[in-house]
Design a protein around this ligand. Structure first.
Ligand code: NAD
Length: 485
């Protein structure tokens, strides 16, 4: 049995006192035993991070940090197969997805942020003074310090490195708490950090759960300077309370209940493909995914039929088989949540166009967390199915008659992460995109990411923006140096 350990000050620490099982979402079998960090272990990880900030790490130039992060990316590239296998063991996602999205993006994050400090905007102001000599102001960027990185399970390496890469590029030290559901790739990355020559204590990993476990011990730790978190909006509220003590900075990427808007003048096939991808990719477990679709009435019925056909064509099964096009949900517990919305939709009289059940799977997979991709119509906008984040491969499709109505319905949510708009009228696309209250509005695409752009959510979908030089705002302390001449 694989044992997964905490990683502190460049070493894997043995802590067998408390272990929990990690089960495969495809078979339900235990695939690893994870050593849970108690307060003492979390405390030593924070101390190691703090200590590293005044050692060798503080003497690295921006270019040296850049070279180190590029080698991290290179080593992930070289060890891709190990990372893909680890991500599949934890999540059950198809090989085709892990090997083309999760792991390459994990490496790409290090490349994208490696030279962040070399690209930091330079700002200089000359100031008049009564004695006529004047002063010069320049803006400098100092690392923020010890950053707690709290991650979810849906895109484990991708989302974790999206935070770790800019944090290290800016000269910080991190303590990562991966999700209890996906402990493997953060642990494998620890080996890569050592191989690349990242100094001891700069990258640490602690394992465990949220409340009364490693997550809470870390976010409540008084020597953590800032907390970057991706996960549920409710968890964000709990973490914000911890961060309030000591007034620590937070960066939050939270839940979504994203709307897709499809106009009758769209490229029909592209829109169906795009919404299908946005709803079913990663078994619907992507914060940017679409669970509400609004379709202009003239193409409504044709669109629902085409989307339902796409859903029914998805094939669950062995992640390593080329025939498999959809994986399981992350766990049986999460499936209970998703199924409860399937029951609500049925109870409220939804028409089910595809799915709606737990699928028949071969005996080997009978204890997995499989679910059918599902398409509903006919629910009122007040339904919990339309208002709450389900985080499964399902969506509700409703017709609309006017642009203004589509905008109002898309905006009728406390979430505000992403939208996708499908039309061939560029003026309309621009007009609509500017009126939807979200952090990212895609037109005729979805999940098309340029890592230099700002990423984050409005409303209860997040606080702050990360991406490109926007990440400097969170990962550095900007300092104005004023020199009187
Ligand atoms: P979650 O909030 O349950 O857990 C995320 C992490 O927080 C885990 O590591 C967990 O152990 C930890 N945690 C839980 N309670 C804690 C506490 N009180 N203190 C400290 N740590 C705590 O989220 P999840 O179920 O892992 O992920 C799914 C959620 O993440 C969805 O809501 C999804 O929309 C969101 N998400 C958002 C983005 C984004 O970029 N906006 C990206 C991916 C996922």
């Amino acid at each position: 049995m694989r044992i997964i350990r905490n990683f502190i000050n460049g070493e894997f620490v043995e802590a067998p006192a408390k272990r929990f099982d990690k089960r495969s979402p495809t078979t339900g079998a235990v695939v690893a035993r994870v050593e849970e960090a108690d307060f003492r272990i979390v405390d030593s990880s924070v101390s190691a991070a703090r200590h590293s900030l005044s050692g060798e790490w503080s003497k690295f130039t921006y270019s040296q940090r850049k070279d180190l992060l590029i080698s991290v990316a290179d080593i992930i590239g070289r060890r891709t197969k190990e990372f893909v296998d680890a991500e599949i063991a934890d999540t059950g996602k198809p090989y085709a997805l892990a090997s083309t999205l999760d792991i390459p993006r994990g490496a790409a994050n290090f490349r994208a942020f490696a030279d962040l400090m070399l690209r930091a905007p330079q700002e200089t102001w000359t100031t008049e003074t009564p004695d006529g000599r004047g002063a010069i102001n320049t803006v400098t960027y100092a690392p923020k310090g010890v950053i707690a990185v709290i991650c979810p399970w849906n895109l484990p390496l991708l989302l974790m490195t999206w935070k770790v890469a800019p944090a290290l590029a800016c000269g910080n030290a991190v303590v990562v708490k991966p999700s209890e559901e996906t402990p493997s790739t953060a642990t494998l990355l620890a080996e890569v950090m050592n191989e690349a020559g990242i100094p001891k204590g700069v990258y640490n990993v602690v394992h465990g759960f949220g409340p009364n476990s490693a997550g809470e011990f870390l976010t409540q730790h008084p020597d953590v300077d800032a907390i970057t978190f991706t996960g549920e909006s409710k968890t964000g509220e709990a973490i914000m309370k911890s961060a309030a003590v000591g007034l620590r900075d937070v960066s939050f990427e939270l839940g979504g209940k994203n709307a897709g808007i499809v106009f009758a003048d769209c490229d029909f096939d592209a829109a169906v493909d795009g919404i299908a991808r946005a709803t079913f990719l990663n078994c619907g477990q992507i914060c940017l995914g679409t669970e509400r679709v609004y379709v202009e009435r003239p193409i409504f019925e044709k669109f629902v039929a085409a989307l339902a056909a796409k859903a029914s064509a998805l094939k669950p099964g062995d992640p390593y088989s080329e025939a498999t096009t959809i994986g399981p949900l992350i766990s049986r517990e999460h499936r209970e949540k998703v199924i409860s919305y399937f029951a609500k939709a049925k109870f409220e009289g939804a028409t089910i166009h595809a799915g709606g059940h737990i699928p028949e799977v071969p005996l080997t997979f009978a204890n997995g967390a499989w679910i059918e991709p599902t398409v509903w119509t006919g629910l009122p906008e007040t339904s919990a199915v339309i208002r709450e984040e389900i985080f499964g491969p399902c969506c509700h499709v409703a017709p609309f008659d006017a642009e203004v109505e589509a905008i109002a319905r898309a905006n009728d949510s406390r979430y505000g992460l992403a939208t996708s708009i499908w039309t061939q009228d560029v003026s309309r696309a621009n007009r609509v995109a500017r009126q939807i209250r979200v952090g990212i509005a895609w037109v005729n695409s979805w999940f098309l990411r340029d890592l230099r752009t700002p990423f984050g959510g409005a409303g209860i979908s997040g606080i702050g923006r990360e991406g490109g030089t926007h990440s400097l705002a969170f990962y550095t302390e900007m300092r104005n140096v004023c020199i009187k001449l």
